[in-house]
Design a protein around this ligand. Sequence first.
Ligand code: GLC
Length: 460
Amino acid sequence: MKRFIATLLTVALALNASPQEKYGTEEAWADAQIARLKEKSPTAQERSQWFREARLGMFIHWNQSSVVAAEISWSKQFYDDDGEKLLHNPRPTLKHCKAQEHTDWISWFKPAVPKEIYDHLHKSFYPAMYNADSIVHTSMQAGVKYIVMVTKHHDGFCMWDSEYTDYDIMSTPFARDIVSEMADACHRHGMKFCIYYSQRDWHHPDYSSENLPRYNLYMRNQIKELLTKYAPVAGIFFDAHAWNKDPEVWESETLFKEIYAIAPDILINNRCGVPGDYYTPEQRVGSIDMETMWESCMTFTGEWSWRGFANEVIPVEKCFDYLINCAGGNGNLLLNIDPLPTGQIDPREKSRLKIMGEWLARNGEAIYGTQGGFLRPADWGVSTRKGKNLYLLVKDWNSFPALLPITGLKIKEITVGDKAIDFKAGKNGVELSVPESCRDRYVTVIKITTNRDLTDRELL
Ligand code: GLC
């Protein structure tokens, strides 16, 4: 009966109006307050499909802090009028830290840049080699499907030509709208363009004051400006912390509805006090989750912006680890690049991206458009699935199981690249061995073709 009524309703709606017309800002806001994908409206599920299929995005953390190779925003020090006492944004010391990752976090504040200097860094920002097309080209070669660019970080500096502040790119000697160039390049090459926007703003006088409503208005105006000037914008990565998990603080309902009125298909992350479309583990790969969309943002160096050539860049093996563990966990990897003050990608990062892209060109079938599982991520690697295919992405042969617990399925064939692999399928599982000559230097993809759709299989 229920199904009958639902069908009637659907027919009535279809006769009345197209789904787009019916899906207004109210519905979009209702969806933003629901975390689980299946509980959201069909429209919300549909418009986020590209994101689930993409699996790999590129984050860009960059602004004038690169001029002194200091961490974006966090390196800015606040002193009292005598220039002695740190104010407002006190830094933790080693003794406040209980875990290694927290001690790493401290390095974000180094080198500390006195506020008086930080606030003038933009006057020396002249990234003469910035070429948005070339960055987009590198990302395409790397197999990246969307770009998320920092438009305004916590320091409040705007990388675009904003009507609402002078603390923006037009006040640099460079005076070229960096965001506009990136948006255009993305649009030209069919790359999804998304923006990062920090609610935290250490430049705006109304931020974190009793005039917060006035700050919120500024923020909404800027967001509307970005969405209009650089349309289409596929997603917004908001960024706020601890005390500001409350949607009231950011007047999220008004904010979101204004966003949806301009960009009904936009995806928004979970840092505005509501679940939005996806959650955002930071500097760690999320755990497998088939219910709610997620995206892990990871860095090449442990820090967000460029910190000089003395800073180590992770080996490409680690990049593959991130990539497959995100896909195998049913999430996305948002891998951060931190351009140099010249506007170029660090060549060490570029070389890693190239290798990833070459691998993805061969093995993308096991990443794009897949779901994670149904075998849980393990030491040997991960699994992904699409239709009747199960993919095993093996990074460590030493821990590869002698018997894979794959049962209740008829296996048609198992291949690595174009080579068929011998296997034995029994009651308790599948035995297979991949000759060394077929193994990939980084991650080997084993494709198992079965007789059944694997979409709703329980995790093992
Ligand atoms: C944290 C940091 C910030 C970075 C962001 C990315 O919120 O404060 O510097 O931009 O993580 O997720």
